[in-house]
Ligand binder design. Structure first.
Ligand code: SF4
Length: 331
């Protein structure tokens, strides 16, 4: 019988699902996901975690529980680092331990460590370790790995060309087509972790709401790595958190280059890295005299209040642009 592996649809799913899926399927494994986050998943996760944990981790627990009785393994790699000299947050490092010790009667976890901080080729080692759960054939693992990296590159290209992470996953799955984004009068940069911005339940449909209000939306994933690096060059000291580097680098690049009428930073309540870097982002953006809004989300955030704040923000930047000949994009 075909082995089934469950990939919870939360946290790094939003960035690595195409890579993981292609790799596992290349090994003859059936991949099952937990689908989009909904209220039931949030409630499940909240019920099994302590209050202090950030919402994305609570949601991850909910997704893991949805998969509990459906799969032979749960895929929860320990993502220590995904690039040289930078790290993910401590919650990612401890995620397999938190799940394993929560007494949830989960299937065995595939919790291979991925640490590319010093040696990028450790990714291949991690692939070998994962592959050995399913086959002894090293060449088969290598083939599956190569094919997965190709799929991953295509995914990154789609994102670089303007598809959102979600659209890119749908295109790769043959379910969607790239829109390249709407071309409207206002451009708003929405900064935050991809597993918050692209999870419609956690972000309360923030991206869609902004589009429906007439704004073109840019997220850090759509800004080329070179530009983010250029933005970070303004800092006196390097940052060591991958996602915060991306958020702050995107903000600094956009302040330099222009092209946005306003910036929204979305943070999670209980997120240590967000609380530090969010403060720097806010100071820089306000100093650059760009309209700015900070949104902090948790499981109690209400959709109606968010919609009102977004409407007021869009209204304010539209009036500002019209009144002052602000010029918007490019200034
Ligand atoms: S970076 Fe923040 S939001 Fe993300 S997992 Fe860590 S604590 Fe949670």
């Amino acid at each position: 019988m075909q082995i089934t592996v469950g990939i919870p649809g939360a946290l790094l799913y939003y960035e690595y699902f195409p890579l993981w899926k292609a790799f596992l399927e290349g090994l003859g494994v059936k991949v099952i996901t937990s689908g989009s986050t909904n209220k039931e998943i949030v409630n499940l996760g909240v019920s099994q975690t302590v209050d202090e944990v950030c919402l994305p981790v609570k949601v991850f627990f909910g997704h893991a529980l949805i998969l509990r009785d459906k799969v032979d393994y749960l895929f929860v790699p320990r993502m220590v680092s995904v690039e040289k000299k930078a790290y993910t947050c401590p919650k990612f490092l401890g995620l397999p331990d938190m799940l394993r010790n929560a007494g949830l009667d989960l299937p065995p976890l595939i919790e291979t460590t991925v640490d590319l901080s010093k040696k990028p080729w450790n990714l291949y080692r991690a692939a070998l370790d994962i592959g050995q759960h399913f086959t002894d054939d090293t060449f088969r693992i290598l083939r599956a790995y190569r094919r997965a990296v190709q799929v991953w590159r295509r995914f990154r290209e789609l994102v670089a060309r303007g598809a959102t992470l979600y659209e890119a996953i749908e295109i790769l799955e043959g379910r969607g087509k790239s829109t390249g984004g709407p071309s409207l009068d206002l451009t708003v940069a929405v900064l935050g972790h991809p597993y918050i911005l692209y999870d419609a339940q956690i972000s309360l449909n923030l991206l869609r709401k902004l589009r429906s209000l007439g704004a073109r939306v840019i997220t850090p994933e759509q800004i080329p790595a070179q530009d983010i690096k250029g933005g970070l060059a303004h800092l006196q000291k390097p940052l060591f958190w991958t996602y915060e580097k991306r958020i702050l680098g995107a903000a600094l690049h956009l302040l330099d280059k222009g092209g946005v009428d306003g910036i929204i930073n979305v943070a999670s309540f209980g997120c240590g890295p967000d609380s530090m870097v969010g403060e720097i982002v806010e100071r820089k953006v306000r100093k650059g005299r760009r309209p700015f809004m900070l949104l902090t989300v948790d499981e109690h955030t209400g959709e109606a209040g968010l919609a009102t704040r977004l409407e007021a923000f869009i209204d304010m930047i539209a009036r500002r642009k019209a009144r002052a000949g602000y010029g918007g994009a490019g200034h």
